[in-house]
Ligand binder design. Structure first.
Ligand SMILES: *Cc1c(COP(=O)(O)O)cnc(C)c1O
Length: 385
């Protein structure tokens, strides 16, 4: 069986039409360039105000998997719609996983990703839970690098915290309505320039406590980054909006008491003695890379850090009494988001209209590493170009 994997010695400064040889030269990433790239003036316009998830770069990465051939036909091709048979398995049974990461341009023009091997490892774990084939970690990193190198001009200047958002994903592409793991799987990476999440400064978000709906349960797929978890969070998210909130927080499904996370971000609490607490991984919480990085970073900044269960009463009462001084959410897209109000049927508590000092300190420290403004003492950054 052939495996897609990466060569650590990929040539730099190659001409854009070269083929990038991968691994033992058995499998390579073919690069075919778009004959119709977005014109420079239009690209400048897009990068001036990219928003989020609206515009896509000129190319995409694609590879396919079958049981007998393994991963094959790895290629960078012009960005284009996919043609799917109506019986394509993912459309029926949601056998799908994804990742989210960013490429950051530094002031010297170089382009970097943040801990891509962690995204690669998480995709392996997600694929195992969703009975999808394992994409070797080195191949994952090589696929992202190949797309970013091809679409380098889509990586915005670092002003205003812009970045190129990267979306690797894998799905059951077999045409088959039987229920079993697919025997044809497609892996893609697409790229979309992203503006600052907080264009007008750090604004605390309000959270609706979902007491009726769950995001994930014991033994379910909560720890896998899979679209189905998002599908099930859309109705409670709509309930949050209807109740005047921005986001929804989920509790555990057994006792309906322990705080898990938001629909797509992990949670942190700052206590009046400087301790920082995040809910312990329960098996149904998504292991955020931002969450894990903050655990290390906050420790280095001198905070006492704890991973433990947090009851929803502790959140309500702690904010009410002032024992909890700040609450924030974290994830790749927004990095660190201050949480202002927690609202539920029958009440609310508010921890302020502004981002607290610890939230700001942690956010800044992390963003400074990502944009190369602070020394990367953890070795988190991966140079792409
Ligand atoms: C992706 C994701 C996160 C955040 O993970 P990061 O690696 O920090 O971006 C948190 N919760 C859910 C449900 C997610 O899908």
């Amino acid at each position: 069986m052939r495996h897609l994997s990466a060569s650590p010695r990929e040539p730099r400064g190659r001409s854009r039409s070269d083929t990038v040889l991968v691994m033992d030269s058995e499998l390579s990433i073919q690069v075919s360039l778009s004959a119709d790239p977005v014109p420079p003036e239009r690209l400048t316009e897009i990068l001036a105000d990219p928003g989020f998830g609206l515009h896509f770069s000129d190319h995409m990465f694609l590879a396919e998997w079958t049981p007998d051939r393994g991963w094959h036909d790895a290629r960078v091709t012009p960005y284009a719609p996919l043609s799917l048979d109506p019986a394509t398995a993912v459309l029926h049974y949601a056998q799908e996983i994804f990742e989210g990461m960013k490429a950051y341009r530094h002031r010297d023009g170089s382009v970097w990703t943040f801990r891509p091997e962690e995204n690669a490892a998480r995709m392996v774990r997600s694929s195992q839970r969703m009975a999808l084939p394992v994409l070797p970690e080195a191949a994952f990193v090589a696929s992202v690098d190949a797309l970013v190198r091809t679409d380098e001009r889509w990586v915005p200047e670092p002003t205003g915290e812009k970045s190129l958002y990267l979306r690797p994903f894998m799905f059951a592409s077999e045409k088959f309505l039987g229920v079993r793991p697919a025997k044809h799987v497609t892996y893609l990476v697409i790229a979309s320039p992203a503006g600052a999440y907080f264009a007008k400064g750090l604004r605390p978000v309000s959270i609706w406590l979902s007491e009726e709906y769950s995001r994930a349960g014991v033994g379910g797929t909560g720890a896998a980054k899979t679209g189905g978890n998002y599908a099930s969070s859309l109705l409670p998210h709509r309930e949050a909006i209807e109740n005047g909130c921005d986001q929804v927080a989920f509790l555990d499904t057994v006792e309906r008491r322990w705080v898990e996370e938001l629909g797509g971000m992990n949670l942190y609490y700052v206590y009046d003695d400087g301790t920082i607490v995040t809910p312990a991984l329960s098996g149904s919480i998504l292991q955020g890379i931002t969450r894990a990085s903050i655990l290390e970073l906050a420790g280095k900044l001198g905070h006492q850090v704890e991973e433990r269960q947090v009851a929803v009463e502790e959140w309500r009462d702690g904010v009410g009494s002032g024992r909890i001084t700040e609450v924030f959410a974290c994830g790749t897209a927004a990095v660190v988001t201050p949480v202002g109000t927690l609202k539920w049927r029958g009440g609310e508590v508010s921890s302020g209209e502004d981002a607290g000092p610890v939230t700001r300190q942690i956010r800044e420290a992390l963003v400074d590493i990502q944009y190369g403004r602070a020394e990367d003492t953890f070795g988190w950054m991966h140079k792409v170009l």
